[in-house]
Design a protein around this ligand. Structure first.
Ligand SMILES: O=P(O)(O)OC[C@H]1O[C@H](O)[C@H](O)[C@@H](O)[C@@H]1O
Length: 435
């Protein structure tokens, strides 16, 4: 993974960061790097995520999924960090269509998804670190019943990834389901390089060892200076720009198969850094599609954004055929990859010409190893950003508040947070239907 931060410098961008400020920030990055290395060595909560490329055992994953190797589809049932990683990996490796995800509780789409799957050829991967998340368990109970109704033995087709205890763990024990652990000390949004993110890809025959090898390359690339370490360069520049007014981070991959990656990044950035009145708001976009919609704002709107442009350097070859239409002659014999790269470079230049800060992130190609490296790099960038902002990167109390309020409303727990729902201020405006 390479990062080009040239278009974030104050010589180009407004807001921008001077090279002098970057050099000053580098001292803090060196201290943060020491802190992170200590956290990794001591397997501290959160920091332990950065050792996953070494601690995740791909053989244990292969053994656990072996009984499900005949599956055409893998349905992941989870939410947030327990779903986005699996979807991101499967999508990026080209098996996304065979790896649907239930990460919401919309009755209509739940029903449509379940009805559309050949349940006897579908593996179900239920993931919940806590084992208590209402959306996940509710969805799973619906899927389980649909399987039973279709005459499919759900216990033969279900694999569970969860914490060391909790209701999901108890259910897995009771039915002797193959079970893997969400690694100790790793919050869901940092767990992609573990069974949480790798199981669907493994069932569908992808090279999970290569994903982990890419993560390992990211691990060995960590270094105490932003001028030597792409992941830290990204995290540090994002923080420096946020301090100067870039409160939004628009993450724009120029590869369809990285669309889910932008979703995964959004959770990582928002849940980890959105604290103490700080944190960039992540926005998801897709190049080149969203050039034809959002780019207007990114170029001519407020100077409150960092635009992160992501692309693979090598792409598969596909040529646009020659045409007899004279006005389109320039397209004939051009690679589709060349076209999207031209769009990428034009967008980057157009943002710079309008002094809008942007950063280029490049991977070699969209394969398992580069994906692992990119995932790891963004996690390290986020942890570094958390250190520089001095926030609690690995907790999410604001999310937990809402979870407790909802469970209280459903009568599961006695949660004081639930009172806020009944005490909500109301000023309802409805159409006047009296005439
Ligand atoms: O894995 P679970 O315990 O089911 O949690 C699933 C998700 O729940 C919450 O929304 C948290 O904020 C997420 O970080 C977490 O990934």
């Amino acid at each position: 993974m390479n990062i080009d931060i040239g278009n974030a410098l104050d010589a180009v961008a407004q807001p921008g960061v001077s090279e002098d400020s970057l050099r000053r920030l580098d001292d803090r990055v060196a201290a943060a790097h020491d802190r992170i290395e200590r956290g990794i060595a001591d397997e501290e909560f959160g920091y332990a995520a950065l050792s996953l490329p070494e601690t995740t055992d791909p053989d244990a994953i292969h053994d656990a999924v072996a009984p499900l190797a005949d599956s055409e589809y893998v349905l992941t049932v989870g939410i947030g960090g327990s779903a986005l990683g699996a979807a991101t990996v499967a999508d990026a490796l080209g098996v996304g269509e065979r790896a649907p995800v239930l990460d919401n509780v919309d009755p209509q789409s739940l029903q449509t998804t379940v009805e559309s799957l050949p349940l006897s050829e579908t593996a179900v991967h239920v993931v919940s670190r806590s084992g208590t998340t209402a959306e996940t368990l509710g969805n799973f109970l619906v899927v389980r019943e649909a399987m039973a109704d279709a005459g499919v033995d759900w216990t033969d087709r279900t694999i569970v990834t969860t914490g060391e205890s909790g209701p999901l763990h108890a259910l897995a024990d009771e039915h002797a389901l193959p079970t893997l652990s969400v690694p100790e000390g790793v919050p869901g949004r940092f767990s992609v390089l573990s069974p949480v993110g790798l199981i669907p890809a493994a069932i569908l025959g992808c090279d999970i060892e290569a994903v982990l090898a890419g993560g390992h390359a990211g691990r060995t690339a960590l270094a105490p200076s932003i001028f030597d370490c792409p992941a830290y360069a990204y995290g540090a520049v994002a923080v420096a720009l946020e301090r100067r007014g870039a409160h939004v981070n628009a993450f724009v991959p120029y590869a369809e198969r990285l669309e889910y990656f932008a979703e995964w990044f959004a959770q990582l950035w928002a849940e980890s850094l959105g604290k103490d009145g700080m944190g960039q708001t992540p926005v998801r976009a897709l190049g080149a599609t969203d050039q034809h919609s959002q780019l207007q704002l990114y170029r001519a709107g407020r100077h409150d954004k960092l635009i992160t442009l992501v692309r693979p350097r090598d792409r598969s070859q596909l040529t646009i055929p020659d045409t007899e239409i004279e006005e389109l002659a320039y397209l004939g014999d051009t690679g589709v990859g060349e076209l999207i790269d031209a769009e990428f470079e034009a967008t980057e230049a157009s943002l710079a010409a309008a002094s809008q800060p942007n950063v280029r992130v490049e991977i070699d190609r969209l394969d398992a190893a580069s994906l692992g490296e990119l995932l790891y790099g963004m996690e390290a960038a986020c942890i570094l950003a958390g250190e520089l902002l001095d926030v609690e990167t690995f907790t999410q109390p604001a999310v937990e508040w809402g979870k407790r309020a909802a469970r209280g409303l459903l009568g599961d727990i006695d949660a004081p947070e639930t009172d806020a729902i009944t005490e909500k201020e109301r000023l309802v405006v409805a159409p006047d239907r009296s005439q």
